[in-house]
Ligand binder design. Structure first.
Ligand SMILES: [Fe+2]
Length: 175
């Protein structure tokens, strides 16, 4: 019987979102304020849903799993903490690139650093999501019915305001 896939929808959206930043960070002319602003705006939305997604997993999916199978959520929660640290540095770098670009400074070197650092982050993130699908998903199937998994998704959807859901849809629907 085909089981409900907890991660299918959000992870497809996030992989699309990460790829868009990766492509745009490579194409951006960092001497062009308008192009830098476009990258910054995309980054704002993508980093926002990455943060929300980790919180949703910690507070709903992994919290529920922890109750049924103690200690099984620790690995993913730790991953989220590590990812948050790297993401935080990237967000700060992108903000400073944007702020400096607006004042007419040359941000080419920082732009090159952002592109490289983002590709490292992209690699870590893709590995993390694949592990959730290969390792955590079977655990969820073992401990929950599909109805229960659907109720986790319902909880996540209802804790996110419409504005956040609209950002999600932008990346999920084409994916
Ligand atoms: Fe995760």
């Amino acid at each position: 019987m085909k089981r409900m896939k907890t991660y299918d929808v959000p992870h497809k959206g996030l992989r699309n979102a990460l790829s868009q930043i990766q492509l745009l960070a490579g194409k951006t002319d960092y001497s062009n304020q308008h192009e830098v602003e476009q990258l910054y705006r995309l980054g704002e939305d993508v980093f926002k849903i990455l943060t929300i997604h980790a919180a949703d997993e910690n507070e709903v999916t992994l919290a529920e799993l922890e109750q049924r199978c103690p200690r099984s959520s620790h690995h993913d929660v730790d991953d989220h903490e590590q990812i948050h640290l790297v993401q935080d540095k990237l967000e700060k770098l992108l903000t400073s690139i944007y702020t400096n670009s607006r004042t007419g400074q040359d941000v080419s070197a920082d732009g090159e650093e952002f592109y490289l650092a983002f590709s490292e982050f992209h690699g870590i993130y893709l590995e993390h999501t694949a592990e959730e699908e290969r390792v955590t998903q079977p655990l969820l199937w073992k401990h929950f019915t599909d109805e229960e998994l659907a109720s986790h998704r319902g909880k996540i959807m209802s804790k996110n305001p419409p504005q956040t859901l609209l950002i999600w849809f932008r990346f999920v629907i084409p994916a």
